[in-house]
Design a protein around this ligand. Structure first.
Ligand SMILES: Cc1cc2nc3c(=O)[nH]c(=O)nc-3n(C[C@H](O)[C@H](O)[C@H](O)COP(=O)(O)O)c2cc1C
Length: 379
């Protein structure tokens, strides 16, 4: 157990070990989209639990077109859509730093997977009008002017994240959201400068990185979480993902977290039933393709449950850091447990009840709660 607890550096950030809390939607924003006290508490617990780099939930770069009702039972997202949000994040960042963890913000535009209700009945926006089959959305193709505005919006968001004191920004370039829609040949059928070959499909990300650099400087880490495969016919494949990765790394992306799947193939994103070591690290073969193509640090997510398996990914040189989502819902202090010598695998059984309830109550471990209720009943 040596490598997992070795420090790592991504540009200007020093990270105390090789573990990452992968972005996990918490639904812990206030009605106004600011981080709530409950969210601050969760981040403190994760940081005390010895995670190296904590990535926030996907934080929206644009407001919904409608305002949501105020209801204490609703799980609101967080937004980073205006400068007013900067000061609200600073105390959270300070507390996380005081507990020794680094923190990055994941930023997202939902693209074709946005619920039309949240757009006041308007269709979601996407590179092309390709029907979204999970929700049955029919998106509208963006104009070049709208894409240029989106580039500026993302760049300004990167600036805000830096000004709020976070150590890095992570563009959400996976899971079928807007940037993922652009790089995927399945959802990008454009014939202009933003569609066609690899370079053109990756252009929106290249443009964001170049513009963001003018605002955040050379040293600030701009990371991305991107798909290694969409797992749909005509979608992003392993080899194409590696080519996209090469283009965006060349443009200045500093670190890539490798994931996969879109809403239409959601079962690939957070695979169920990870009950033996062979099922862990399910994106590892894809990471190998990226590793051979790009030099930037790689983070591997997806079904990591056993310290030995995590360690092997690092010692084999496949990735530089290891990321966890569902295990931290059940055991926010998992890394501390491992560090203290209890090397039993994560207790998460990958049942996906957290994922099934992602838009209502994602941060509950339903299995743990059921076990607790049973114990209490038997007392
Ligand atoms: C409840 C829940 C919420 C998630 N929210 C996000 C998110 O906001 N951004 C993101 O990139 N991935 C999100 N994911 C995906 C995870 O970060 C991760 O990529 C996936 O679950 C596989 O890792 P795991 O096996 O460690 O859970 C979410 C997953 C779950 C279960």
């Amino acid at each position: 157990m040596s490598l997992l607890f070795e420090p790592f550096q991504i540009k200007s950030i020093n990270i105390r070990n090789r573990t990452v809390r992968s972005a996990t939607y918490e639904g812990m924003g206030t009605h106004a989209g600011a981080p709530s006290k409950q969210l601050a508490k969760l981040y403190n617990t994760l940081a005390e639990g010895q995670v190296g780099l904590l990535v926030t939930s996907a934080t929206l770069i644009e407001r919904f077109k409608i305002s949501l009702p105020e209801d204490e039972n609703l799980a609101y997202p967080t937004f980073i859509d205006s400068d007013a949000m900067i000061a609200l994040w600073r105390p959270i960042v300070k507390d996380v730093h005081a507990r020794g963890a680094a923190i990055a913000m994941q930023v997202v535009h939902p693209g074709r997977q946005e619920n039309p209700m949240l757009r006041g009945g308007e269709p979601p926006i996407a590179p092309s009008a390709v029907e979204e089959k999970a929700f049955g959305n029919m998106p509208r193709a963006m104009s070049v002017g709208e894409i240029e505005e989106m580039v500026e919006k993302f760049a300004q968001v990167c600036r805000r994240v830096k000004e709020a004191g976070l150590d890095a920004v992570q563009l959400h370039g996976g899971h079928g959201y807007l940037l993922s829609n652009f790089i995927s040949p399945y959802t990008n059928r454009r014939t202009d400068e933003y569609g066609g070959d690899t370079r053109r499909r990756a252009k929106i990300i290249v443009d964001i990185v170049r513009r963001a650099r003018e605002l955040v400087g050379e040293d600030y880490p701009i990371m991305i979480k991107m798909n290694c495969s969409d797992f749909v016919p005509d979608g992003l494949t392993k080899d194409e993902a590696a080519r996209v990765a090469a283009v965006i790394a060349d443009a200045g992306i500093d670190c890539i977290e490798i994931t996969g799947g879109i809403y239409e193939t959601r079962e690939e994103m957070s695979r169920k039933g990870i009950n033996k070591q062979e099922k862990e690290t399910y994106f590892r073969p894809y990471a190998e393709a990226l590793r051979n193509t790009v030099k930037v640090p790689l983070i591997l997510v997806g079904g990591v449950r056993t310290p030995k398996v995590a360690e092997r990914v690092l010692s084999d040189g496949i990735a530089d850091m290891i990321s966890f989502s569902r295990p931290f819902i059940r055991e926010p202090q998992l890394i501390k447990r491992w560090k203290e010598g209890d090397l039993r695998k994560a207790t998460c059984i990958s049942c996906n009840q957290c994922s099934d309830n992602v838009f209502t109550q994602p941060m509950r471990c339903y299995v743990e709660e059921a076990k607790r209720a049973k114990r209490e009943k038997n007392l």
